[in-house]
Design a protein around this ligand. Structure first.
Ligand code: ZN
Length: 278
């Protein structure tokens, strides 16, 4: 297992961690100021300055773009809706290319409005990823399917386990298609070790870290700082690294508590927890 205690060169800041406080420009400058080597913008932040300008500034700062968040949200009630989602995903692929992202993260979407057909939603997801792959493979941009905790199956992602994500990769082919492992979503899975091993180096495209608080007071906006919760973070990092993952640890903390803090205090905390807990 790699020794991450020396510095934060392999730490990446997912911009949602300081979404409420900082612009993308401030995130870039903050990463440099605090010695954080990577950044993963969300598309709302990217739109602030445009992908071209973002690419220039991130490049000047010497940061690695560990991912673009996010594509996906594929299922829709009708063909026009599915096509609109696909078009939007193609634009996300193009933006990911512009900023040199290592992958486009896919939060695949849940049930279309009014639907109770989760199997149908999952079929739509698979079919839409197959279509998007035609574009992303030509653009040489890997797609990273991110399984989300089942509590989000209805409204955010009906791919809820690593096994499901691995199955989609099996079906559609590994070329340009893999998985983003986010601790918050998969830490509880009894099949975690086997599915990480099954994914292997080729499919493990991103590793998102935070912690699971007890109690969790909000299903979306109460993620924990690494070390404040119950996830065996280092144990899971050991699993992904044993499977061959050698990329960044990306901190992705959606939290009203941390959004209320000064980012120049949040980022040093990320760095310190990265060294001691991750
Ligand atoms: Zn994530």
């Amino acid at each position: 297992m790699r020794d991450l205690s020396a510095d934060a060169a392999l730490l990446s800041l997912n911009t949602i961690t300081v979404r409420e406080q900082w612009s993308l420009a401030e995130c870039i400058e903050g990463c440099v100021r605090h010695g954080i080597g990577g950044i993963s913008p969300w598309r709302d932040k990217l739109e602030e300055m445009g992908a071209g300008e973002a690419a220039r500034r991130i490049g000047d700062a010497g940061l690695t773009v560990t991912g673009l968040c996010r594509g996906g949200m594929f299922p829709a009630a009708d063909a026009a809706g599915r096509q609109a989602a696909l078009d939007d995903n193609r634009r996300a692929v193009d933006d990911a290319c512009t900023i040199g992202a290592r992958c486009l993260v896919l939060v695949v979407g849940g049930l279309p409005p009014g639907s109770r057909d989760i199997a149908g939603a999952r079929d739509q997801v698979r079919d839409s990823i197959a279509k998007l792959l035609q574009h992303s493979r030509a653009a040489d941009m890997p797609l990273a399917i991110e399984p989300l905790h089942p509590m989000y199956a209805a409204d955010r992602a009906c791919v809820n386990t690593l096994a499901q994500a691995n199955d989609i990769c099996d079906e559609l082919g590994d070329d340009g298609l893999g998985i983003a492992v986010d601790l918050y979503h998969v830490w509880w899975d009894p099949d975690l070790a086997a599915q990480i091993a099954r994914a292997g180096k080729k499919r493990l495209l991103a590793f998102h870290v935070c912690d699971w608080l007890v109690p969790t007071t909000d299903l979306l906006l109460d993620r924990g700082m690494m070390g404040d919760g119950v996830i065996d973070i280092r144990g899971i990092r050991q699993l992904v690294e044993a499977a061959g993952y050698d990329g960044f640890c990306e901190t992705e903390i959606l939290s009203r508590r941390w959004w209320a803090e000064d980012p120049d205090a949040v980022l040093p905390t990320l760095v310190e927890r990265h060294r001691t807990v991750v």
